[in-house]
Design a protein around this ligand. Structure first.
Ligand SMILES: *Cc1c(COP(=O)(O)O)cnc(C)c1O
Length: 383
């Protein structure tokens, strides 16, 4: 596995726990408060750096941002948004009219749909490519302006060689954005590989309890950070202070949660791979998975998302979502509870996703209990 970059001095497990705390002083709270205010006291003229209005800044956002920024190698560079999609719009806002954008043909459906809408409106020139095919991506970089990668991809679990593609993009003069939602900052840090901006749907692993919608964009270049913050202030997609606080509370345990989720996912994926009711399974941690070699070389773990297709097609897949009793049949991912979903039921899901693909978000329950429930549902639906 790849070690952390030297520029990130403390271990991420430590940063998660120690970051974003109030300054140490006798009587100071250990945990930051929720700054619930829309406005700030300020007589007289505007003073740079002094908060004025709740759409510009908020101390609870900043506590959350300081932890995520430090994890991604840009301590001053994180900007929180109301959702992952609001974060995605901030990235699109960096692309002026006429931008040629290279993007994965299988990308999180709402990001892909939004890019398609912008292309239809004549704003973007959109080029779709398989991001797990490094040569194919290199081939379409000449003449492009931005490369927007998601890796591993939602929901096909394709793995892009992020360091190689960042290097190729730099050579071609193409800026790079990475949606790091599935990997989390614990498994890869694209900014340290040369990406310009990184985004997360903090709704998922970072918050981790399926009780918050939140997003975040991280950049190292101060001009990009300024542009992203302007987009937040004037676009208005600001997070609620309570949501930022809940996400920070969730971050404290990301290290232990994700370790357990990954161990559970590895166990479930291996058992799915040898189940007669499973046509195929995708999990980058399986040694014969197409993404295994790149994930092993470029990431510090394999994540906790699995995709598989049961034998018996859509009917079997749907039956499984009805039959499970412990797995929750619901969209979204990254929480402590295990979720299962047939992705193509979502109207905007790309056609490159098979109709009977089931996506698993593996939680922190006991792996044997999870397998007992899933295998019983599989047996019943595929017998
Ligand atoms: C969920 C998700 C998003 C969108 O985030 P929201 O918080 O739902 O707005 C973007 N990218 C990926 C990979 C996601 O899984």
């Amino acid at each position: 596995m790849r070690p952390m970059d030297d520029s990130v001095r403390m271990s991420p497990d430590t940063l998660l726990v120690s970051g974003g705390r109030p300054p140490r002083a006798p009587g100071a709270p250990v945990s930051p408060g929720v700054e619930l205010t829309s406005t700030f006291v300020l007589p007289g003229d505007f003073v740079p750096g002094v908060p004025v209005y709740g759409r510009d800044s908020n101390a609870t956002w900043q506590a959350f941002e300081s932890v995520v920024g430090a994890l991604e190698g840009a301590p001053e560079g994180a900007t929180a948004f109301a959702s992952g999609m609001a974060a995605g719009q901030a990235i699109f806002s960096l692309m002026p009219r006429g931008t040629r954008l290279v993007m994965g043909s299988t990308t999180y459906n709402a990001m892909l749909q939004s890019a398609r809408d912008k292309a239809d409106a004549g704003h973007l020139d959109l080029v779709l490519v398989d991001v797990s095919d490094t040569d194919a991506v290199r081939g379409v970089l000449p003449g492009a302006d931005w490369l927007l990668l998601e890796s591993p991809t939602n929901p096909l679990l394709q793995v892009a060689d992020v360091p190689a593609l960042c290097a190729a993009a730099r050579d071609a003069g193409v800026r790079v954005a990475v949606d790091n939602t599935f990997a989390t900052p614990l498994l890869q840090n694209p900014l340290l590989d040369g990406a310009d901006v990184v985004m997360h749907s903090a709704t998922k692993y970072l918050s981790g309890h399926s009780d918050v919608l939140l997003g975040v964009v991280i950049a190292r270049d101060p001009d990009l950070v300024t542009a992203v913050r302007r987009h937040r202030t004037f676009g208005g997609g600001v997070p609620g202070p309570m949501e930022a606080w809940l996400a920070l509370r969730g971050l404290r345990t990301l290290g232990v949660r994700f370790e357990r989720q990954q161990a559970n996912a590895a166990s479930i994926a291996a058992r799915l791979a040898s189940h007669p009711g499973v046509a195929w399974v995708r999990y980058p941690g399986l040694p014969d998975d197409p993404g295994y070699a790149v994930a092993k070389a470029t990431m510090r773990g394999f994540g906790a998302m699995i995709a598989f297709e049961p034998v018996g097609g859509v009917d079997a897949a749907t039956a499984i979502t009805h039959a499970v009793q412990l797995w929750v049949p619901a969209t979204s991912l990254g929480g402590v509870e295990s979720l299962i979903e047939r992705r193509r039921r979502i109207p905007t899901e790309p056609g490159t996703v098979p109709e009977s693909l089931l996506r698993l978000s593996v939680g922190i329950e006991d792996a044997d209990d999870l397998w007992a429930d899933l295998s019983a549902a599989l047996d019943a639906a595929t017998r």
